[in-house]
Structure formats: structure tokens, C-alpha cells
Design a binder for this molecule. Sequence first.
Ligand SMILES: *[C@@H]1O[C@H](CO)[C@@H](O)[C@H](O)[C@H]1NC(C)=O
Ligand SMILES: *[C@@H]1O[C@H](CO)[C@@H](O)[C@H](O)[C@H]1NC(C)=O
Length: 247
Amino acid sequence: MPRFSLLTAAFLGLANNVLGDTETCGQAPYDPAQYVCWDNQFLCPIAAGEPLSNCAGACYSKFMYSCTENVLTLLPPVESPFTLTADNPNLPIHGKPVTAAGQHWVVAGETGSYCPEQVGDACPPGNETVIISRNGGVAMSVMVPGGQGAYLDPYWNMGYTQAHSAYIPPGSITTGFGAYEGGGFVNLNGNGWGWAACPPRASGGGGPAWNLVARNETNTERYNQCSPINLKINSLPSGTYGAWQYT
Ligand SMILES: *[C@@H]1O[C@H](CO)[C@@H](O)[C@H](O)[C@H]1NC(C)=O
Ligand SMILES: *[C@@H]1O[C@H](CO)[C@@H](O)[C@H](O)[C@H]1NC(C)=O
């Protein structure tokens, strides 16, 4: 019996060394930097800085689901325009907006927009990036006739069309987005791999913006310098335009 206790103590010591600061969830040891323990019995991973919630033993993201009477339900779609902010409390860009400029979405950049002189005061301020999503598609919320559609480009960056043009690079994806009320903007094309933000590079011009990429099973290696984020929806009154056009 004393031998058994010693062995147990030695094993626990080893486990602590290997796993860092472990805690226990019921009987199971876990690393609180990677998991959260619910009701002292369910472990859920922390994904993109979000400790996943527990719904009767199933782990879920509040950016996409809610749990009502132990049943997981998809959040309702957002019908109105919205802005997006990056969400991952472990990153310096947590809470920073997704911004559109140069036909490309980034995080924590400057919104690029244009207002024709003859429209003048009737233009929105144009300093915020406002987006709208319907039926799996996504577009910029702009006044310019013809609008500006948004899409995943062949590199899985988010792009948008130039005003007065419908041109979209071949190989882009225009459907399969989800925008959830009180939740997030999700790329359903990625098989759950989600968004990531890539820190600015010294060679990239030196601005503060982080590139936004959509991950999938084949590009995670290529984007291994990037950190997972959620895109949080901040909904606006219907009919809100962000700009005459984004540039
Ligand atoms: C955008 O401009 C409006 C009007 O000038 C100002 O009230 C608002 O704070 C600005 N928003 C941002 C994000 O800079
Ligand atoms: C993943 O994204 C890359 C671009 O980063 C793209 O070339 C590839 O086709 C995508 N893979 C899948 C399975 O969609």
C-alpha cells in the first residue's frame, strides 16, 4: 500500500511536469489553458480564445449556437447590416474592427471609401466597414448602384468587387457564409476550421493591420503564423449604409 501511494504521487508529479498547471475535472486531469471544465464533469476545448460552452455534454460556440432546455439551436440569421470585430482575448487585435480597403478585408486597418462630389452630404461617413449577409451570400452595405459583392478569393482571403463591376476572380466562393444574431460571421465552406488573423510583417509595409484568412484542412500549414479568431457580429439598424462605395 505505501508503495502504491508513492507510485501515484510520482505519477502525478510527472503529469504536472508534462502538462504544466493541471487541474482536474471530475477524475480527469486537464490543462486549463486548453480546456474548460463544466459542472466538474464535462471538458470543452478553448477555441480561438473562446472556452466552448456545454449543452447537455455537447461543446458549442456561442458565435453560432444557443442552448435552450438542453437542446442546441442555431442562432437566428442576422437580416440587418452589421460591422465585425475580431474576437480572441489572447490577441492584441481583440475587439478591433474588420476593415475594407483595396478590395480586401483585414483586421484593424483603415476603411477605404469614396463619395462622389455630386452626392456630397448624402454619403454616409465612410469610415466604418458595414456588411450585409443574406441566404449564405455576403456584400458590402453601400449606396452605389449595383452594390459591391464580397467573396472568398482563391487564397481564401475575403475580397469584394469594385464599384460598377461584377468581376470576381475565377475560383472565388460567393456562398456558404453564416451571419448569426448575437453571434458571429462564419465561413461554412471551411469545414469548421474558422477564421485566422495573420500579424503584420516587417516586409509588408509596416501598417497595424492583420490579414484575415479563412482556414481549411489544406491551408493550415501555410497559415501557421496566424492565430484563430472569431468574427463577432455587431448588428446595426436595417437600411444602414457604411459608405457610398468602398475602395
Ligand atoms: C466615423 O465618423 C463619424 C462622423 O464623423 C464619427 O461620429 C464616428 O465616430 C467615426 N467612426 C469611427 C469608427 O471612426
Ligand atoms: C483551402 O484554401 C486554399 C487557399 O488558401 C485553397 O487553395 C484550397 O483549395 C482550399 N481547400 C479546400 C479543401 O477548399
